[in-house]
Design a protein. Structure first.
Lengths: 267, 292
């Protein structure tokens, strides 16, 4: 029945994006508000970095310029999560609770694809731009370390990181099929995500493990940061790739089990 | 105290009969507070998992600061601005308690209150509405402190804080966290009431937040700020809601600073109580004009 090809899926995702863009364009004032918030957050982050480097020359082997680059990547990834991942997952939670997921399931398209691309908030994506400016500034301050290999490593690792975070959010959201009330997951994630502002290497071992495998912020922020600062080796990148594939398979399997449970409940 | 206080004071003035009225109003205020607190405790216990997830998300913040500053202290040969990794640990673990006590009604909630007409109902009650917020949120603290205890134990085992307060410090801390709670409730109320006058309040709230973050001792102990910023923090109420209660317990602090700090809390509370009272009056009149 669900004879969808990847191409059709991609076209559908683009269509949803267009609808979201048209929707959000009605509320242009939100752009200014988001921009202001994003700048304020960046300003605070830079002030804290200034405080830190008032006292020391390097933090766990990272210089101030390198940590500014980390902050840029942290902000970019935060923008991706808040504009494309979280809104969809919040809506999925609501649909499961209200029973309105039925409307998704009756459509002749893969439900995982549908629930993942329905809702995109373009103004939240402003952070992608402000983060890119900060990253660009950091790179311009220290351009010597950046060659084509580093740029390629950065692009690959940030895409892998975004996919891993998407899988993680889907896994967390899918738990809603078993435990109905999960309102606080976003607060929990946002709280822990802050840890990505610094390279995970500075944290004690147990936290580093947690931030790598439990809540995979290391792949989302630290690995791309290693790429732009010339620290990334092939083994880490390969490992990120394998982890990404494992997360894709795992989240898909859990999602399907959850769906079976949902259908069972409403029948 | 804000609405009932002056009225009962006026009644108490004439003669013997006044004493009874004063007692009665105080007693009814106490029972109002106890009832509000009890209701909110029951409400909080309905969702213990939710409360826990929320708290873990909150604890991530100080743990990050703690790790960063401990790393710096170690790299600088054991201490930075007088703080060692163990005293940083004490600072940020006490931080988690102070932060939990500091959670008050959010200014963002005012938009909902005004839009949903919830305020209209509150206006009919004989007691100033701030008492309902103060009582309700004070009740949540009972649950919060219970949930916080295991977290504090785990954090202490992991980060080995160095904490040796005197009896006086403990006593002042016990008072100061409630001073911080009342003070923060009051200025967040003032901020929230701006919603009566304009709906574009987000930018203002964010600005106050960032200022509070940087100049209260929330992100770093105030001793680590540059001189000019530290001096600036003395002009603002924020340091009395974070830095002061924490330092009261963790130190270094002397007797005069302890008592002086409580005095400053009291002054700021009196100031914002007056502001709340005046601002509330004109705001409600404004609200009525729009609604009627």
């Amino acid at each position: 029945m669900r004879a969808s090809t990847p191409l059709a899926g991609g076209r559908l995702a683009l269509l949803f994006l267009r609808v979201s863009v048209m929707n959000d364009l009605q509320y242009r004032a939100n752009f200014v508000i988001q921009l202001f918030q994003s700048l304020l957050a960046l300003g605070t982050g830079l002030a804290v970095l200034a405080l830190i480097f008032d006292q020391t020359d390097d933090l766990g082997g990272w210089s101030q310029t390198e940590l500014i680059a980390v902050m840029g990547i942290f902000t970019i990834m935060g923008g991706v999560i808040r504009s494309a991942i979280e809104p969809n997952m919040q809506r999925l939670m609501e649909d499961v609770r209200k029973g309105t997921l039925d409307y998704v399931l009756t459509k002749p398209e893969d439900p995982q694809l549908l629930v993942s691309v329905r809702d995109i908030r373009i103004w939240q994506g402003v952070e992608v731009l402000t983060g890119a400016v900060v990253l660009g500034y950091a790179v311009a301050r220290d351009p010597a370390s950046l060659g084509p290999a580093e740029v390629l490593g950065f692009v690959v690792s940030i895409v892998l990181g975004a996919v891993i975070i998407y899988c993680f959010w889907l896994l967390m959201t899918t738990a809603v099929f078993w435990v109905v009330r999960l309102d606080e997951t976003q607060e929990l994630f946002e709280g822990v995500y802050r840890a990505g502002q610094y390279p995970v290497g500075i944290y004690p071992g147990w936290m580093r493990l947690g931030l790598t495998f439990l809540i995979p912020i290391a792949f989302a922020v630290t690995v791309p940061s290693e790429a732009v600062t010339g620290r990334l080796d092939a083994a880490t990148l390969g490992f990120a790739f394998v982890f990404c594939v494992v997360m894709l398979i795992l989240s898909r399997a859990v999602w399907k089990r959850g769906l079976r449970r949902y259908s069972g409940a409403s029948a | 105290m804000i609405a009932a206080g002056p009225r009962s004071g006026a009644e108490a003035a004439p003669g013997e009969g006044g004493r009874l009225a004063e007692d009665g109003s105080l007693r009814s205020m106490v029972s109002l507070y106890l009832t509000l607190m009890r209701t909110s405790v029951i409400n909080q216990f309905q969702y213990p998992v939710a409360a826990y997830l929320y708290m873990i998300g909150m604890v991530a913040e100080p743990v990050i600061y703690l790790v960063v500053w401990s790393t710096i202290a170690e790299e600088q040969g054991g201490s930075v601005a007088g703080y060692t990794p163990s005293t940083f640990a004490a600072y940020y673990i006490v931080w988690t308690l102070v932060r939990n006590i500091n959670v008050v009604f959010t200014p963002y909630g005012w938009e909902w209150r005004i839009r949903e007409g919830e305020l209209s109902a509150q206006l009919l009650k004989p007691v100033h509405p701030i008492h309902y917020d103060l009582g309700w949120f004070a009740g949540t603290k009972v649950v919060v402190v219970l949930l916080w205890l295991p977290i504090a134990v785990v954090l202490s085992l992991l980060f080995k804080p160095e904490l040796s307060p005197t009896a006086q410090q403990i006593a002042v801390f016990a008072v100061a966290i409630w001073g911080a709670y009342v003070l923060r409730s009051l200025y967040m109320w003032v901020l929230g009431m701006v919603t009566f006058w304009t709906t574009r309040v987000g930018a203002l709230f964010e600005l106050v937040w960032v200022t509070e973050m940087l100049l209260s001792g929330r992100i770093v102990p105030l001793a680590l700020l540059p001189d000019w910023a530290e001096r600036l923090s003395w002009l603002l109420p924020f340091r009395w809601t974070f830095g002061f209660p924490i330092t009261a317990l963790v130190g270094p602090i002397d007797g005069a600073e302890l008592i002086g700090g409580l005095g400053m809390q009291l002054l700021w509370i009196a100031f914002f109580a007056l502001v709340v009272r005046g601002f509330w009056r004109v705001s409600v009149r404004h609200y009525g004009a729009v609604g009627g």
